[in-house]
Every structure is written in structure tokens, then in C-alpha cells.
Design a protein around this ligand. Sequence first.
Ligand code: NDP
Length: 332
Amino acid sequence: SRQIQLTSYPEGLPTLDNFELVETELQSPGENEFLVQNEWLSVDPYMRGRMREGESYVKPFQIGEPMEGACVGKVVESRHPQYSEGDYVLGNQGWRDAWLSEGTGVMKVDPEAVPLQAYLSILGMTGMTAYVGLLKIGELKEGDRVFVSAASGAVGSIVCQIAKIHGCFVVGSAGSKQKIDWLKEKADIDAAFNYKEVDDVSARLKELAPEGIDLYFDNVGGDHLQAALDNLNDFGRIVSCGMISTYNDKSPQPGPDNLFKIISRRLRMQGFIVRDHDDIREEFQIRMTEWIQAGKMHWEETVTTGLEKTPQAFIDLFHGSKMGKAIVKVSE
Ligand code: NDP
């Protein structure tokens, strides 16, 4: 089988040289094992955090080992009592075309309910991140004025729509005209701007949300966080989900110079990691499925075809060239 291994840790932006496609021999399943043929893989910004030595919130990827990540595949051979040929499963053995499992960390998924790759986006980790971050960490309230960065992305696009379902006023920022059009027309948010075309994110946010904001869902950090701090109302909340603008920094950027707003405006800022919230996975799946079936959710996917193109699909996350969730279809 084929797999993509990490050959070196990137310095700054990852490049194709950091990865290598390797052929390996895969055994047939032993007793209590099954063999999965991957169909869809996920590439995610958090993976960049695992491509360096030292502590992050997940252990680093190892040089010379296959990359990992969420994937959906079909059981093609089984000697396991609970998994049969033809079952579809969600696992964490991405970046390869096949894998053996004893069932640990694997969940069966229903290929009839939604297109299979939705288990990597809206019904998977990124949809759940939006749900947990906004409702549980952000304690979203009806009528809140919400600002979302990377608003057309896998997490951001779902955050925007959950906030709209709750009757909120929503402003989003994203990096292209196509993304801004999508946010206004499909996600139906109240205002959106292309941060690449403004000199002053804070001033633009003030124009679009003259009454201020109550909640900032941060995917980006940097100048967006600074702008949010400038515009948050008393008792506002910041949900720190990600800081993608810093992931490829070779040395740390200066922090916001307006942190005193946290005190003067009595703000609350809280980070979270989605995998700590498995207790609400079932609730999330039920409610999200209801919203999808009621036609209340739109989501985009950018599909790259071919396992060998996975590194490029991953690198593109940092160039903003993909709409919605970036996923890889393993083969034609
Ligand atoms: P996205 O689908 O949003 O893809 C990344 C997007 O980020 C790009 O498309 C690009 O869009 C934007 N971006 C890239 N570089 C910059 C930059 N320098 N400044 C501003 N925007 C930039 O990814 P996800 O939805 O998967 O992830 C969004 C965030 O959520 C990330 O920060 C990620 O780390 C975080 N996350 C956190 C989790 C948690 O448990 N806390 C779980 C999952 C994700 P554009 O064209 O708009 O610039």
C-alpha cells in the first residue's frame, strides 16, 4: 500500500520536500483485525502544530512515519466480530490508502445518511468544533452580535450559520471575493469583508458592526484578535479556537497592544480543544443532522483527487485557496 511520510519538520511554510510517498507491504488481517481501504482523507491546519519538536496539545508527528489524520474508508477484509466487509468507518489513519485495525478509535458511519466525506467536515471534527466552540464555550445567546474570522472555512462557515439559526447578527472576514460572496449569499450572514483588501481590520469591523460585538470566534489571531478586542462590548466573550496567522511563524509575533480592554470591558477569553468534549458528540450529531435535513446548513468542500496530492492540499490551507473544508479523495 502507499502512504505519505513526513521526512523533515518544516521551517516556516511547509513545502513538498517535507513529505514523501512511500510504498509499504500490508499484511492480511490477523485474528480480531480488519483491513480498511481509505476513500476520503482530511487535511487540517492543526496538523502544522504537530510538525515540530516539543510539546503541543497533540504529540508531534514522527519523521519517517506515516502522517495521521481523520479518514473514512471501507472495510474490505475482516476477522473482527464487530466489523464486516462493506462497513464504512471513520478512523485516524489518514494519508495512506489502506490500514489494519483492531477497532480502537474507529467508529462505524452510515453511508446512506449523508455523503461519506461529510463525516470529515460538517458532521465530523470541524462541524463539532464550531458547535462546541460557539454554544458551549461561547455560551451564544439569542441576538448576540458575533464576529467570525476565517469565516468561510470549515469551522468558520458552520459557526456563522449556527449563529444565524440563533437569531444573531453576524459579521465574517475571509480572504477572497468568492468567499465573501458565498458568506453573504449562501451562509446568509449580515456583513462580510475581505481582510486582504483593508488596511485596518478594526476600523472595517467598526463600520460593519457600529453597535459593537458581543462574541468573537477567533480562528486567526494576530490583527483579527486586536480588532475584536477594540470592538467588543462590555462582558463580551472571545472563543479562542485557532490562530492560523501564526502557525508558520519562525519567531513569535508581538501580541495585541490593547489587552487592557479585557479589564475595562470585563471580557472573558477562553480557549478549547474539541476532543475534550466527546460528551456532547451525540447531541451535536442529532442537532446538526436536523439542521442539515431542514435545509438550514450549507457547506462547501474543496476536493483534491489522489493520495499523492495530499501534501499540496495541506499546504494550500495556508494560502487560503480552498473554499470550505479541504479534503482528499484517495483515488478516482
Ligand atoms: P479552514 O477551512 O478555515 O482553512 C484555513 C483558512 O484559514 C484558509 O482557507 C484561509 O482562508 C485562512 N487563513 C490562512 N492563513 C491565514 C492568515 N495568515 N490570516 C488569516 N486567515 C488565514 O480551516 P479549519 O476550519 O479547519 O480551521 C480553522 C481554525 O480552527 C484554525 O485556526 C484551526 O487551527 C482551528 N481549529 C481548532 C480546533 C480546536 O479544537 N480548538 C479544531 C479544529 C480547528 P482565507 O482565504 O479566509 O484567508
